[in-house]
Design a protein around this ligand. Structure first.
Ligand code: PMP
Length: 297
């Protein structure tokens, strides 16, 4: 699939309060975040020009900044408004927003007390994370050798840049072995999540998902759990061991970018895309396109 290179396109990026032409939105080499991963970010989707769960995403962004000891010079309302402006000025219909908060280039060392905190938001058209063909047969995922760290080893509930180092390594390893993504276990060897999405198993008509005690409790995850409950499906959050997966009936993953994506293969095990997955995928698709007022309730 031909894609426009993200670093060379028309449009505007909101940077520290100003709309900057896309190609001029640059940072200096000595930017602290570039060397020490001192940043937090969000991934948000817009459908038909309406941003889904905007407030929840930017609240998580600000909560993550706090965990990272970064004092953000903008309020939640100001960041929300900037997101709306970015969508409007770039004329985005179905697209993706990427806000980032990071430490600047005033000093370069482990300590960053004097470094300015910056905020920027980019957005681009992005219809689907996986191709329609993959979505109908389900993605193939491979267990990673990297594990999600324990809560006393990393700020596990923040969407912190540094946490994605092992995600990229895991995803590359899976892709190089012919899979679409990696399934990550946690530090105890329990099933955790994918590199950018949460994990679900359906067994005997019930929905099982790992308790998010050392990884992101995704906004899509919570939305899909609510949808399942509304449809009379029992939702069980618990520790899931990798040995249990062979006994599952259906599997899917959730994320802002991935939405509801069926899983057709886990390591050497092949599964069918089932009716509960398809129903939840359809319901999620309807929900995100509802009137914005109903979304933020
Ligand atoms: N886990 C990780 C590591 C992620 O990057 C994401 C995407 N933000 C998710 C889970 C899903 O979170 P959400 O549904 O809030 O997008």
């Amino acid at each position: 699939m031909a894609t426009i290179p993200l670093d060379d396109r028309d449009g505007f990026i909101w940077m520290d309060g100003k709309m900057v032409p896309w190609r001029d939105a640059k940072v200096h080499f000595v930017t602290h975040a570039l060397h020490y991963a001192s940043g937090v970010f969000e991934g948000i989707r817009a459908y038909g020009g309406n941003i889904f769960k905007l407030r929840e995403h930017n609240q998580r962004l600000l909560d993550g900044s706090k965990v990272m000891d970064m004092k953000v010079p903008y309020t939640l309302e100001e960041i929300n408004k900037a997101c709306e402006e970015v969508i409007k000025v770039n004329k985005i219909g179905d697209g993706y927003l990427r806000p980032l908060i990071w430490r600047g280039s005033e000093a370069l060392g482990v300590t960053a007390q004097a470094n300015k905190i910056h905020v920027a938001i980019a957005a681009w058209e992005w219809p689907s994370y996986f191709s329609p063909e993959l979505l109908s047969k389900g993605i193939a995922i491979k267990t990673s050798r990297w594990r999600r760290p324990s809560p006393d080893n990393a700020p596990v509930h923040a969407k912190a840049c540094g946490l994605y180092m092992i995600c990229t390594l895991s995803k590359h390893e899976a892709e190089n072995a012919g899979y679409n993504d990696a399934l990550m276990l946690d530090y105890r060897g329990r099933v955790a999540e994918l590199t950018g999405a949460n994990f679900f198993m359906i067994k005997n008509g019930e929905l099982h998902t790992p308790t998010p005690d050392c990884f992101l409790d995704g906004i899509t995850r919570r939305t899909v759990m609510d949808l399942a409950r509304k449809h009379g499906i029992k939702v069980i959050e618990r520790a899931i061991m990798p040995e249990e997966l062979k006994g599952g009936d259906e599997f899917f993953v959730t994320g802002t970018a991935a939405e509801v994506t069926p899983v057709g293969k886990i390591d050497d095990m092949v599964f069918k895309v089932g009716p509960i997955t398809n129903m939840l995928r359809e319901e999620y698709g309807k929900l995100v396109r509802q009137a914005p007022l109903k979304q933020t309730a």
